[in-house]
Design a protein around this ligand. Structure first.
Ligand code: AMP
Length: 273
């Protein structure tokens, strides 16, 4: 991988990179198409990163289908599909981690201790191996996008980080490899995340400005759907992720909701008129 990248760079070509955990859906493919537009060569990685999963999380169950992914990547015109082995990424003796301290604390960071340390560490490793000029990240994982953008800035990596809008199913459900965990009944309930975001936007358009009562209303709305359990519903500043009490400027509404055993996340920038 390194030799290929060095050669391509020497030829003066620009490399775009899309890191993934595989089991591609239309969201991944949209990122790849975007990345292809922005550079001469496209590298996509598939790596289900063990160090970003907690001990009780779904690392073992995470869906994998390398043959199908390879076929889809080829159709898109991916130049290199990089699929490192966990043993190669974390050989015995591995002990260096990187942490983006403040942005990693709230939201998913609070619920998944060590998650963003794992994400930042693996992305730094992948960036060092792939040596991209730019990398595309989905805004579905909004906090991850901010963490990586900060990492790149703070450690002078000189990689352009491009955010891609959330790709959704027809009924609004954000695409995710984890949607495969949903039973047909749970799949119906899972639309409540997107509907909750729309409800919040509507209420704010109608003049609601105080976040705490709106948050309560949104939680009640989500819980009115069967199989749901709220992990968090938070209004926060879209750059710092600090909690917001008064929605007087564009505010991020971030959701994490268990539907059955699937932990789903979604978010939207809620704009007062
Ligand atoms: P994952 O394989 O889930 O780690 O995702 C790999 C990349 O695809 C990350 O940058 C995600 O944010 C992005 N991604 C996943 N699902 C979506 C989606 N529905 N819309 C946009 N980007 C997504």
């Amino acid at each position: 991988m390194r030799a290929w990248s060095e050669r391509v760079r020497q030829d003066g070509a620009r490399i775009a990179f899309v890191p993934t955990m595989g089991y591609f859906h239309e969201g991944h493919l949209a990122l790849m198409r975007k990345a292809k537009e922005l550079a001469d060569k496209l590298v996509v990685s598939i790596f289900v990163n063990p160090i970003q999963f907690g001990p009780q999380e779904d690392f073992a169950a995470y869906p994998r289908d390398l043959n199908r992914d390879a076929r889809l990547a080829e159709e898109i015109g991916v130049d290199v599909l990089f699929v490192p082995e966990a043993q190669k990424m974390y050989p015995s003796g591995f002990q260096t981690y990187v942490e983006v301290s403040e942005l990693s604390k709230p939201l998913c960071g609070a619920r998944r201790p060590g998650h963003f340390r794992g994400v930042a560490t693996v992305c730094l490793k992948l960036f060092n191996i792939v040596k991209p000029h730019l990398a595309v990240f989905g805004l579905k994982d909004y906090q991850q996008f901010l963490v990586i953008r900060r990492l790149v800035e703070d450690l002078n990596l000189g990689i352009e980080i491009v955010g891609h809008p959330i790709v959704r199913e027809e009924d609004g459900l954000a695409m995710s490899s984890r949607n495969t965990y949903l039973s047909p009944e749970e799949r119906k309930s899972a639309t409540c995340l997107y509907k909750a975001l729309c409800l919040a936007q509507e209420k704010v358009k109608e003049g609601a400005r105080e976040a705490p009562p709106l948050k309560k209303e949104i939680e009640a709305f989500i819980l009115s759907y069967p199989y749901t359990r709220i992990d968090y519903v938070e209004f926060c500043h879209p750059e710092t992720l600090e909690p917001v009490k008064e929605i007087s400027s564009p505010t991020l509404l971030a959701l994490a909701v268990f539907v059955g055993r699937a932990r789903l996340i979604d978010n939207a920038l809620i704009k007062p008129l």
